[in-house]
Design a binder for this molecule. Structure first.
Ligand code: SF4
Length: 460
């Protein structure tokens, strides 16, 4: 009994979150910055913050995550961190030679009122930013939003700084990706390639956080969206932005600044969301959908048909990030599972409204909550009141899974107790097959482990 203090009775809580279903803004800002080539993330705050952000990412991706810090002391906490950041910019460009420093703020620097824009401008005026190098900044106070908000803010900062419309339209489609694994980013590019589309994907952590072992350490791996590519996004035909919470801000910035129209779609998780992504890309690039993608879709439909009897009516509890949960809920509903409980720590009224719309027809009894009060404790209380057949979410669900004896599929961020998840995509049609295979595996493993001997089957 790891969570022995979770009560079945739910009492209204206004000022207490227990085991939040989110992490802090700078973690997202750091992940987005790692998806830009030659970029070193910089945390403007204490060393402890930066260590936490780095370790959160390192533990999930099992790759070294480099980042610098303004290393606040008591003095900077009282008098402001300008001197520390100016010194840091100077040191970083001299010693570590990145193309870009992506500075994000923290709770502390926001609370004392440091103005990142003003400090970065002073660094340029003082000659601390070498010719051809860049410093991009984003405000990421962690007492609002979540890691998804930080990701969105940093993405917006990149296009605001780099993208320009030079009135030379190019046959190119921008892809703004919500928070997905490096393998998912590779899969998005593969699918766009099958459609014969020239694209720029921002951010792109493939070949950054899944680099091959070569025996030689490279501080700035070959992956990541390049400065030239981000600049060219201002001349693209259109933008396809995946995930409202993570990418809408950047899409609007590109539209307002460079007059590049955008289409919002979900992250392509599951059948319908992938259909919408493929259609949006085809429309944006003025191309038709190739047979090879239609065949991939057909394979997913075939697998759904084969597995459907095992999924029908199974109750699921989910938690995680809004952009990933919405298409996943839709996918589960499409295969006749019942996502009865959904929580997300990321605030934003649009999430619960949209989730309930997806669930209204087939799972009207579903409970959905997001924001500060939507935590793992509440999810556990709901499960205690009326059980579920499956839990889906990040590593933190393993406690509930173990206590209640419920099958568990790890998905989302962070997954810190397994290795390999970041190498297999869950987006697109083939990613959909992987999700189904893992769900069925978890359900069948429980049957195998608990079935009486007379009904322990070899062939299922
Ligand atoms: S103090 Fe704020 S920015 Fe730093 S680790 Fe904690 S939540 Fe994140």
């Amino acid at each position: 009994m790891l969570l022995r203090h979770t009560t079945t009775e739910i009492k209204e809580r206004k000022a207490l979150t227990v085991n939040p279903a989110k992490t802090c803004q700078p973690v997202g800002a750091m992940y987005a910055a790692l998806g830009v080539h030659g970029c070193l993330p910089h945390s403007h705050g204490s060393q402890g913050c930066c260590s936490y952000h780095r370790s959160a990412l390192t533990r999930h991706y099992k790759e070294p995550v480099m980042a610098a810090t303004s290393s606040f002391t008591e003095g900077s906490s009282v008098f402001g961190g300008q001197a520390n950041l100016l010194q840091a910019i100077d040191n970083i460009f001299t010693i570590y030679e990145p193309e870009i420093i992506a500075v994000h703020s923290t709770c502390l620097s926001e609370t004392i009122g440091d103005d990142l824009g003003q400090i970065v401008a002073k660094a340029k005026d003082d000659g601390k930013v070498p010719e051809g190098k860049h410093v991009v900044q984003a405000a990421t106070p962690s007492y609002v939003g979540s890691h998804v908000t930080g990701y969105a803010n940093m993405l917006e900062a990149f296009v605001k700084y780099f993208s320009f419309n030079t009135n030379e339209k190019i046959r190119q489609v921008n892809m703004l990706s919500g928070w997905v694994e490096p393998s998912d980013m590779r899969e998005l590019k593969r699918m766009a390639g099958l459609m014969d589309l020239k694209t720029v994907l921002l951010p792109d952590t493939s070949d950054v956080l899944d680099t091959p072992m070569t025996g030689k350490y490279t501080m700035y791996p070959k992956g990541g969206t390049t400065v030239e590519e981000i600049t060219s996004m201002g001349n693209s035909m259109a933008t396809v932005a995946m995930g409202d919470f993570a990418t809408r801000k950047a899409a609007i910035m590109l539209d307002n600044k460079c007059k590049v129209p955008f289409k919002m779609v979900d992250i392509p998780i599951g059948l319908k969301a992938t259909d919408r992504f493929v259609q949006a890309m085809a429309l944006a690039g003025k191309v038709s959908v190739p047979d090879v993608l239609t065949e991939e879709r057909g394979r997913l439909v075939d697998v759904i048909t084969d597995m459907h009897q095992y999924f029908y009516g199974k109750r699921v509890a989910l938690y995680g990030d809004p952009d990933n949960l919405l298409p996943l809920i839709e996918f589960l509903v499409d295969i006749d599972m019942k996502p009865v409980y959904v929580v997300s720590g990321t605030p934003g009224k649009a999430f619960s409204k949209k989730a309930l719309e997806i669930l209204a027809e087939k799972v009207p009894e579903a409970k959905v909550q997001n924001g500060a009060s939507a935590d793992m404790y509440l999810l556990h209380q709901w499960i205690k009141q009326e059980g579920v057949d499956l839990i889906m979410g990040n590593t933190y669900g393993k406690y509930i899974s173990r206590d209640e004896g419920i099958p568990f599929v790890r998905t989302g961020f962070p997954i810190v107790d397994r290795i390999g998840h970041s190498y297999f995509p869950t987006v697109g049609y083939t990613g959909g097959i992987r999700i189904l295979e893992r769900i069925l595996g978890a359900l069948m493993d429980k049957i195998d482990a608990t079935a009486p001997e007379e009904s322990f089957e070899l062939v299922m």
